[in-house]
Design a protein around this ligand. Structure first.
Ligand code: ZN
Length: 314
């Protein structure tokens, strides 16, 4: 029988990060400026180590290369396709945009593009989020950016706990200080910074990527592309909500009251525990843990009070 693959997260210190990864999730973080917890990643900039079981100590990338049987049909991709992180923004993040696979392959050394999906875990009342922009044409986009008409350019909307956002390549986006979220994305680290609020880091402004941004920003912004979560299955034991689905992955939330059984089928499934504690097939799990259910694992049995976010490649 296949075993669950528990992973040790990789932490990233950032100028905008805070300390809630420790306060909320109990992680041992490197400093009070820790912005990201890469919970499930085989990316070269943060390759998670397997925490226990027969592959303890190996990197996820090495499991990906050497144990294709664990990963189902997506195992024919060269790289592990997804990356799951928790982000704690104490300060506003720069306004950014990501390329698609074709642009990244041509301009970023064959990297994957980046399609991402956010689940908002927490934010202060009154917080906003930047999703999209207000330029109607390519020419207006160019002028707004060159003339630094940022207030007019960025599209800000209110945000609250439990909101879900889909960030396709070409979508201008940013979170504001006080936002804690879980991000499911393609395994890519390519980000183009459009605007950084004219902030200084070590006395100088951080590099902007205006040319690349102009190349990849979608005009006009399509506000209809945002997902509408829906309850796929509900019973006394719990509830499964489909959060978002795109060409690269499907993302869901499980809120378990007592117990839940599910066969996740022929693809592997990433799982991040957001709340509570319990067991998965007899192994104790708690808030903050990340693991992979291998492809063709068979029925998986969760017990306890647990909220988790899962994702599967497509
Ligand atoms: Zn992003």
């Amino acid at each position: 029988m296949k075993q669950l693959i528990f992973l040790k997260p990789v932490f990233k210190e950032t100028v905008w990060g805070g300390s809630r990864l420790q306060e909320v999730f109990g992680y041992k973080i490197p400093s009070n400026h820790t912005g990201e917890c890469w919970g499930i990643s085989a990316h070269k900039n943060g390759d998670c180590e397997v925490a226990s079981g027969p592959w303890a100590g190996q990197r996820l990338s090495s499991l990906w290369r050497n144990h294709k049987e664990l990963f189902g049909s997506s195992a024919n991709h060269e790289e592990f396709p997804l990356l799951v992180k928790i982000i704690d923004a104490r300060e506003d993040l720069s306004i950014q945009v990501h390329p698609d696979d074709a642009y990244a392959a041509a301009h970023e050394n064959g990297s994957l593009g980046k399609m991402e999906c956010w689940y908002i875990l927490d934010c202060e009342p009154g917080t906003t989020i930047v999703i999209g922009h207000n330029a109607r044409t390519q020419e207006e986009l160019r002028r707004m950016i060159q003339e630094k008409r940022w207030k007019e350019f960025i599209r800000q909307i209110p945000v609250k706990k439990g909101d879900v956002f889909r960030i396709d390549p070409g979508c201008v986006h940013a979170i504001k200080g006080g936002t804690l979220l879980l991000e499911t994305q393609q395994s890519s680290d390519i980000t183009y910074r459009v605007y950084d609020y004219d902030r200084l880091s070590d006395g100088k402004p951080r590099e902007l990527h205006i040319k690349q941004s102009l190349d990849v920003i979608q005009v006009p912004f399509d506000s209809g592309a945002q997902p509408t979560p829906w309850v796929e299955r509900e019973c006394s034991g719990g509830r499964k909500t489909l959060l978002a689905s795109c060409s690269r992955y499907t993302c869901f939330k499980l809120d378990i009251n007592t117990s839940w059984r599910e066969d996740f089928g022929q693809e592997f499934t990433n799982v991040s525990i957001l709340e509570g504690e319990g067991c998965v097939d007899g192994t104790p799990v708690a808030k903050g843990q990340h693991f992979i259910i291998p492809a063709d694992y068979g029925e998986c049995r969760f017990e306890g009070q647990l909220s988790l976010i899962g994702s599967q490649p497509r």
